[in-house]
Design a protein around this ligand. Structure first.
Ligand SMILES: Nc1ncnc2c1ncn2[C@@H]1O[C@H](COP(=O)(O)OP(=O)(O)OP(=O)(O)O)[C@@H](O)[C@H]1O
Length: 267
C-alpha cells in the first residue's frame, strides 16, 4: 500500500510505461515532494517525454503506478514539435486555453480572465502580441506564449517538456525567471532539459534516466561525469524491438540505481 504524506506531490511505485508493449521507462520508484524544482535529463530516447506524459495522464502505466496527490492541479507544456502551428488561432486564444480547467472548453471568459491573459502576456514579454496569429511567431516567441498559457493555468504542479529547446539565451534567462518564481511560490516544477550547465545552475534536484532511473536526487550528486557515462552506456545498446522488460538484466544492473533512487529521490 502507498502511504502518501501531505508533502508528497507524485509517487511512482515500480512504474513501467511505454508503447505497443515496449517499455520506454521501467521500474521507477520514488516520490517527488511538493514544492520540488526538478530536472529530468538523459540521452535522446531515454524516456523523459514518456514519463512526463504518464504524469500528466496522457499515457497509462504498463505496470506499477504513478499517483499524483488528489487535489493537485496540473499545468503542462508539451514539446513544441507536438504542436500544430498551422492551427488558425491568435496568441490570445492559445493563452486563454490555459483557462479551460477553470471555465470549461466553451465557458465564457470574464473580465478577470481577460486581464489574467493580458497580464500573462506582459509577464512573458509579449504585451501587444495578443492578436497575432500563432503561425507568425518565432520559435522563442511561441515558447513565451506557451509559458503564458501555463501562467494562467495557475497550477500546483507544472511540467515543462524541453522548454529551452531552440530558444536564444535571453529567452532562456527570462523563462528561468518564471520557473524560479513558480518554485518560490511553492509550486512543484519538473522540467525536461538537455543543457547540463543550466541544470546544475538552476535545478536543485535531478532525475537521470536511460530507460531506467540511473540516479535521482541532489543535482550535484546526480549530474556527474560518471553517471552521465553510465546513462549513455545503458542507452546505446538498447534494442527497440526487445521484449518489454528483461528481469535478469534489470536485477543485474539497475540495483545500484534503484538504491540511489529510493535513498535520494524520496522526498
Ligand atoms: N508514440 C510512440 N509510439 C511508439 N514509440 C514511441 C512513441 N513515443 C516515443 N516512443 C519511443 O519511446 C522511447 C522514449 O521516447 P521519449 O520521447 O520518451 O524519449 P526522450 O527521452 O523524451 O527523447 P528526446 O530527448 O529525444 O526528446 C523512444 O525509443 C521512442 O522512439
Amino acid at each position: 500500500m502507498n502511504i502518501q504524506t501531505p508533502q508528497t506531490c507524485i509517487r511512482f511505485t515500480d512504474l513501467t510505461v511505454g508503447y505497443n508493449s515496449h517499455a520506454a521507462v521501467h521500474h521507477l520508484s520514488g516520490q517527488i515532494g511538493r514544492g520540488t524544482l526538478m530536472a529530468i535529463v538523459g540521452p535522446n530516447g531515454s524516456g523523459k517525454s514518456t514519463l512526463i506524459k504518464t504524469i500528466v495522464g496522457l499515457l497509462p502505466a504498463m505496470s506499477g503506478s504513478c499517483r499524483i496527490t488528489p487535489g493537485t492541479s496540473v499545468g503542462y507544456l508539451p514539446q513544441q514539435s507536438e504542436l500544430d502551428r498551422s492551427f488558425p488561432a491568435r496568441v490570445v486564444d492559445l493563452v486563454s486555453m490555459g483557462l479551460w480547467q477553470k471555465r470549461g472548453l466553451l465557458g465564457r471568459h470574464r473580465a478577470c480572465d481577460r486581464r489574467a491573459v493580458r497580464d500573462a502576456l506582459e509577464a512573458v514579454g509579449l504585451g501587444g502580441f495578443g492578436d497575432r496569429s500563432i503561425d507568425s511567431l518565432s520559435g522563442g516567441q511561441l515558447q513565451r506564449a506557451l509559458f503564458a498559457r501555463v501562467l494562467v493555468q495557475d497550477a500546483d504542479l507544472i511540467l515543462l517538456d524541453e522548454p529551452f529547446n531552440a530558444v536564444d539565451e535571453k529567452t532562456i534567462r527570462d523563462l528561468i525567471v518564471l520557473i524560479r518564481r513558480w518554485h518560490e511560490e511553492g509550486r512543484t516544477v519538473i522540467v525536461v532539459a538537455h543543457d547540463m550547465d543550466l541544470v546544475r545552475a538552476h535545478f536543485p534536484q535531478t532525475l537521470l534516466l536511460a530507460r531506467r532511473p540511473i540516479a535521482w536526487g541532489d543535482t550535484r550528486t546526480v549530474v556527474t561525469p560518471e553517471n552521465l557515462r553510465r546513462a549513455r552506456q545503458f542507452q546505446e545498446p538498447w534494442d527497440d524491438s526487445a521484449p518489454w522488460c528483461d528481469p535478469e538484466e534489470h536485477a543485474g544492473h539497475s540495483h545500484a540505481a534503484h538504491a540511489h533512487v529510493l535513498g535520494q529521490g524520496a522526498a
